[in-house]
Design a protein around this ligand. Structure first.
Ligand SMILES: Cc1ncc(C[n+]2csc(CCOP(=O)(O)OP(=O)(O)O)c2C)c(N)n1
Ligand code: SF4
Ligand SMILES: [Mg+2]
Length: 325
């Protein structure tokens, strides 16, 4: 008779003191000083523990973490193409399901985690991610969001905010604000199109216990799940490397980032400030926005104000789209 496939049940951490001391993402990699995605990786690894398999599509968290015969992961890790983390995760999960059912693998189903950048999730990696979710594979897709194609020199991605100066959106006479488009909404893309997904969350490296528990909760669900993690990048956003956590916190205080969970259709919000600070304070702390005028910043404020009326839920842009002018 086929054996039932047992899955893991990860305990929620009640406080930072209850987070394991053990590390599964070790020092010795070559990410930049103050790298937000590296801190995100460390926290996600603490959340999953060792009985996990990570897939790393091409991006900073593959390239800067690996050199010849050397890697910082203390669990099985595999590089995937930037386009296909979701497909590789699907194959690994399907193989374990068969091995366990046939009694050829004695353990529980490992935590299968894609650790993809914004490009590798909602742009170049979108079709494979969507396929994994559509078919209902028991795997977690994490989008660590540094708001650019960072590894190839900070090019714009669909997660790059309006007004950012990137190597593909340099501000100049013709387009003074640099990037003219507002970002895609990653979580809404997942929620809207994938009925097999029952848990989606946003998290920030500024709130590590919340981040760890969201990753654990996502893994405890059977089936595909998605966690979108705000991960500031000092090199691409041009702020002082010691301010990574400060920048992440300010994003929440200004409404530039909202922490929430979506579970079977219900939204709950975390870390909502009593009163939001103006977005100008967040934007002025990053050189990627240094060229913007007060009118550009007002456009961003209008966008954030509209989004904050129903965080996580898509809103019509309160500003003119680029092709409408
Ligand atoms: C099909 C394909 N196109 C382009 C590239 C070049 N490339 C390598 S890493 C990278 C950036 C990835 O961006 P993201 O997924 O956001 O991760 P990040 O580097 O920001 O961590 C690009 C464009 C590639 N490896 N494969
Ligand atoms: S460019 Fe950004 S994401 Fe890449 S290693 Fe440096 S700080 Fe980290
Ligand atoms: Mg990126």
């Amino acid at each position: 008779m086929a054996k039932a496939v047992e899955t893991q049940n990860l305990e929620m951490a009640k406080s930072a003191r209850r987070v394991p001391q053990e590390e599964w993402y070790l020092p010795g990699h070559r990410t930049c000083q103050g790298c937000g995605p590296a801190l995100t990786y460390k926290l996600v690894s603490k959340a999953t523990g060792g009985d996990s398999i990570f897939l790393g599509p091409t991006g900073c968290m593959y390239v800067a973490n690996t050199s010849y015969l050397c890697s910082p992961w203390a669990y099985p890790w595999m590089h995937t193409q930037i386009t296909n983390a979701g497909a590789v995760a699907s194959g690994i999960e399907a193989a374990y399901q068969v091995l366990i059912r046939k009694g050829k693998y004695k353990g529980k189903l490992p935590n299968i985690v894609c650790m993809a950048g914004d490009g590798g999730s909602i742009d170049i990696g979108l079709q494979a991610m969507s396929g994994m979710m559509y078919r209902g594979h028991d795997a977690l897709f994490i989008m660590y969001d540094n708001e650019s194609y960072a590894n190839t020199g900070i090019q714009t991605s669909p997660a790059t905010p309006y007004g950012a100066n990137t190597t593909f959106t340099p501000p100049g006479k013709a387009i003074p604000e640099g990037k003219v488009l507002f970002p895609k909404d990653a979580c809404q893309l997942v929620i809207g199109g994938h009925p097999a997904v029952h848990y989606v969350a946003t998290a920030s490296l500024a709130y590590p216990v919340d981040l760890i528990n969201k990753v654990r909760k996502a893994l405890n669900y059977k089936g595909p799940t998605f966690v979108h993690i705000h991960s500031p990048c000092p090199k691409g956003w041009l702020f002082d490397a010691k301010k990574t956590v400060e920048v992440a916190k300010l994003a929440i205080e200004t409404g530039m980032w909202v922490n929430y969970e979506w579970e079977n259709g219900e939204y709950t919000y975390q870390h909502t400030p009593k009163e939001y600070k103006p977005v100008a304070g967040y934007m002025k702390g990053q050189q990627r926005f240094a060229h913007l005028t007060d009118a550009h910043i007002a456009k961003m404020q209008a966008f954030i104000d509209a989004k904050l009326k129903a965080p996580g839920i898509p809103v019509a842009l309160p500003v003119q789209g680029p092709r409408e002018s």
